[in-house]
Design a protein around this ligand. Structure first.
Ligand code: ADP
Length: 560
């Protein structure tokens, strides 16, 4: 080749290179290993990335959403076979945006072997009118929207799966837990004289661990009930001030151990609140225990309850503890959310006691929501030296039984406090716990009994004779514990009625009475009772006795 020929050829190559560089179509050349060798000017602009940064980078990083769910690798394989391909897809740009375009890909070959791959990207919106561009953006947004809807519904399904897994796992845990708790109660209460000190301490440790696990399992069940909208409220008129006072009294010795004092302000004249007493007890106890837990020794916690504009109760629980970061103030109400461990909160001078599960506040929020209220926290952030503190606010609507029942938008499941079992409809279908009906208005004994029995039985309470009969005929419990005297029909008549009816004759009935003597016990058996449990009772004994009565009933049924 002569010198002028060489010069002409060189000029042609230069011209060609300039044409490629300035052509208004994005061109990217890769080596056969898929790494970028060259990007023309339009390619750099379209990608919004400095071109030198692209050299050597894998092409697969910049192509996405290929039509028909094709992967970049599939195209690469075609190019390696010498085939060409045109597809729609998107370029992943440097600013995180995606640019939808038509992609044409082909190979440059030497001796039938590919030596480089060429990708050309034609912006689909280029040259379109404004209206067409908007239309194209709309189509893209609709596609993204449907993708979002799909991932949302997948997330929802996963969350439902998680809730039902937690619910089933917790119910499954309850049965062995009951055995551990029941037997260790029996050993501690009834056999302590026969045990050597070390063994007794070990059993006491087992018993405490079972209590802790029981609390965790109950919390998980509460969270799943809230998530699945199965939380059932048992409503009655109650005094918020008295309830708060009760919770403060229960926590006073725990707080006093750390030198923490309580301040309490509540007007005498506050109207009654129509709500679920046990659930609101749980709300106060959770917030107050957190206030103690996250406060330094020798500080104070203040509780205030006020009526605002005759329409709402405003409850504030303020501590002078470590405070909560603004970023965390919403997230702490999510289930299982904890900000660091208790140990990390400790400083040289202050102790913070008691770990948690991150479930307390989500339950508090669920209960407040179910009452139609609002809950939020205010804090100037975390500081473990200056202790800015936190204030938890609850607003609850003042309303009557009637207004609540008329409120059709209410998300809660409501029953008045009557013969309905607290756990009845809340339990999951896997829960095959026997129902035990207490016909008794001695709330203190029933609460103690409930604590002992809750893991193994559904405790149903009727506070009058009439409610008791209705619950016995309606629910067919596995056992009825009957007080001799309560409002309405007395225990003797109830027992006679139950034993005279085909429907209820086989339900075991035990009298549940205080200080019964031999004569009383004779009267109980005379009216048809199967057994008698005397108050005050010991938790282990009560559990064991109930278990025996139920076992006997099962044996009788088998041998009939
Ligand atoms: P836990 O059972 O672990 O205490 P909670 O749901 O009650 O879980 O609380 C979630 C997190 O919120 C806690 O781990 C804690 O970090 C933070 N928190 C709750 N109450 C307070 C408080 N009064 N002061 C500071 N942090 C708090």
């Amino acid at each position: 080749m002569s010198a002028p020929d060489t010069q002409r050829m060189w000029d042609d190559v230069q011209l060609l290179a300039r044409i490629v560089e300035h052509t208004p179509v994005a061109i990217i050349v890769t080596r056969t290993d898929g790494r970028i060798l060259y990007v023309n000017q339009c390619g750099g602009e379209m990608l919004k990335i400095d071109r030198p940064r692209l050299l050597g980078a894998p092409m697969s990083n910049y192509i996405t959403h290929l039509e028909g769910d094709l992967s970049w690798y599939a195209i690469h394989e075609m190019l390696m076979r010498g085939e060409s391909r045109q597809v729609t897809g998107a370029l992943v740009c440097g600013d995180g945006e995606e640019c939808v375009c038509t992609i044409k890909a082909f190979s440059i070959t030497t001796n039938d072997s590919p030596v480089a791959h060429i990708y050309m990207f034609i912006d689909e919106t280029e040259g379109l009118s404004k209206a067409e561009q908007i239309e194209s953006k709309n189509v893209e947004m609709a596609r993204m929207n449907s993708e979002l809807i799909r991932s949302n519904s997948e997330l929802k399904k996963l969350s439902e799966l998680k809730s039902s897994f937690l619910s089933i796992a917790s119910h499954e845990l309850k049965t062995p837990l009951t055995t551990i708790k029941g037997y260790s109660d029996i050993i501690i209460d009834g056999m302590r004289d026969r045990l050597d000190g070390d063994v007794l301490r070990m059993v006491e440790n087992i018993n405490r661990a079972a209590d802790r696990l029981h609390r965790v399992v109950n919390n998980i069940l509460d969270v799943t009930r809230i998530e699945q909208k199965r939380l059932r409220l048992h409503l009655e008129y109650l005094k918020l001030g008295a309830l708060a006072r009760e919770c403060i009294d229960e926590l006073t010795s725990l707080a006093a151990g750390r030198g923490i004092t309580f301040g309490f302000q509540c007007p005498e004249s506050l109207p009654d609140f129509y709500g679920d007493k046990l659930r609101l007890h749980q709300v106060f106890t959770n917030l107050l225990s957190n206030a103690i837990k996250f406060s330094p020794d020798n500080s104070s916690v203040e509780i205030g309850i006020a009526l605002e504009e005759e329409s709402q109760f405003h409850i504030v629980i303020r501590d002078h503890g470590i405070g909560i970061d603004r970023d965390e103030q919403k997230r702490i109400f999510d289930p299982f959310y904890e900000i660091g461990s208790i140990n990390r909160h400790s400083t040289g001078s202050s102790r913070f006691l008691g770990g948690g599960t991150g479930l307390g506040l989500s339950i508090v929020k669920g209960v407040v929501d179910c009452h139609g209220g609002r809950l939020w926290v205010e804090s100037d952030g975390v500081n473990k030296e200056t202790f800015p503190g936190s204030s938890f606010h609850i607003v609850l609507p003042v309303r009557s039984k009637n207004s609540l029942e008329e409120d059709e938008t209410e998300p809660l499941v409501v029953t008045a406090v009557d013969a309905e079992g607290r756990d009845g409809d809340e339990s999951s279908p896997v829960d095959a716990k026997p129902d035990i009906l207490f016909v008794d208005n001695d709330r203190e004994s029933i609460e103690i009994a409930r604590m002992v029995l809750d893991t193994a039985f559904n405790v149903i309470v009727a506070e009058s004779g009439e409610q008791g009969l209705a619950a016995a005929f309606g629910r067919h419990p596995s056992l009825i514990l009957l007080s001799p005297a309560q409002p309405g029909i007395d225990g003797f008549r109830i027992c006679k009625i139950l034993k005279s009816q085909e429907d209820t004759r086989n339900i075991p009935v035990a009298f549940f009475s205080s200080g019964a003597d031999g004569e009383d016990i004779q009267k109980y058996f005379a009216c048809g009772a199967d057994d008698c449990i005397v108050k005050p009772f010991n938790g282990g004994d009560l559990f064991e006795k109930i278990w025996r009565i139920l076992m006997k009933k099962k044996e009788d049924a088998t041998f009939k």
